[in-house]
Design a protein around this ligand. Structure first.
Ligand code: ADP
Length: 242
């Protein structure tokens, strides 16, 4: 069994007096590809914010463990659901990707040679190298998503967290992005939030079903009944093969 990298221990959280998460416990392992699924407003983004340390639990705790002694700043890479920069801001693909280095580099926008090389390799892998000099405002949803994933990858995180990474892209791009994440998950812990269990269960090792409380399943054991219980409505199950 691989090492635990994130240990969520009996965590509860409320916004004011509205309880969003209750007694959540979940261990996430090294090099695991895990999906967090659940209906809208079930607390998925809140759970990610707690893992990222942007929110503090009311009860319980979350421990994060590093593989080696590298600085804490490279532990987690995050791809937010909503883009955090204005799309009309005059900035190129290359510049956005290089921003991933800013957290680990104190000199704003002056990068070391190896940092430039790392970004180049990642852009190549994500097939965005040929659009490196384009303005981000002119990109399609799928291209922009790849740029944001590249930005999260350049700081070489041990854990990559993505919040609905394919909500703005078509089915073909969605498949490409998940195939790429599947490859990365051989050497990296990946946590992906989605509302589409049928799709992601073809890629992830395990799904955590969230609706205030949490249940975990191996993807092999997901049934239509289980999804129905979670969403409280009949959901069509699409079969998949590993
Ligand atoms: P999901 O990501 O599953 O859609 P969220 O974690 O975003 O769910 O939200 C869970 C619940 O918490 C929702 O009812 C939402 O309206 C509420 N919520 C989210 N953020 C805040 C906030 N900053 N203040 C108050 N309520 C919030």
């Amino acid at each position: 069994m691989n090492n635990v990298v994130i240990d969520i221990n009996d965590v509860s959280f409320s916004y004011g007096n509205v309880s969003v998460l209750e007694k959540i416990s979940l261990k996430i392992f090294e090099d695991e590809f895990i999906g967090i699924i659940g209906p809208n407003a079930s607390g998925k983004t809140t759970l990610l914010k707690l893992i990222l340390g942007l929110l503090e639990p009311d009860n319980g705790n979350i421990e994060k463990h590093k593989k080696d002694d590298k600085e804490m700043s490279n532990l987690i890479g995050y791809v937010p659901q909503h883009i955090t920069f204005a799309r009309d801001f005059p900035v190129t693909v290359r510049e956005v990707v290089m921003m991933g280095h800013v957290s680990s580099s104190s000199r704003l926008f002056r990068f070391k040679k190896d940092e430039v090389e790392i970004a180049k390799d990642i852009m190549q892998m994500l097939e965005i190298e040929e659009i490196a000099d384009r303005q981000v405002g002119a990109l399609s949803g799928g291209q922009l998503q790849r740029v944001l994933i590249a930005r999260a990858l350049v700081c070489k995180p041990e854990i990559l967290i993505l919040d609905e990474p394919t909500s703005n892209v078509d089915a073909r791009v969605e498949e490409d992005i998940f195939a790429l994440l599947k490859n990365y998950s051989e050497h990296m812990t990946i946590i992906v939030v989605s509302h589409d269990i049928a799709f992601i269960s073809g890629y992830v090792d395990r799904v955590a079903c969230l609706n205030r409380t949490l249940v975990c399943h191996d993807t092999e054991s997901i049934s239509g009944k289980m999804i129905e219980d979670l969403y409280d409505a009949p959901v069509k199950m699409i079969h998949h093969h590993h």
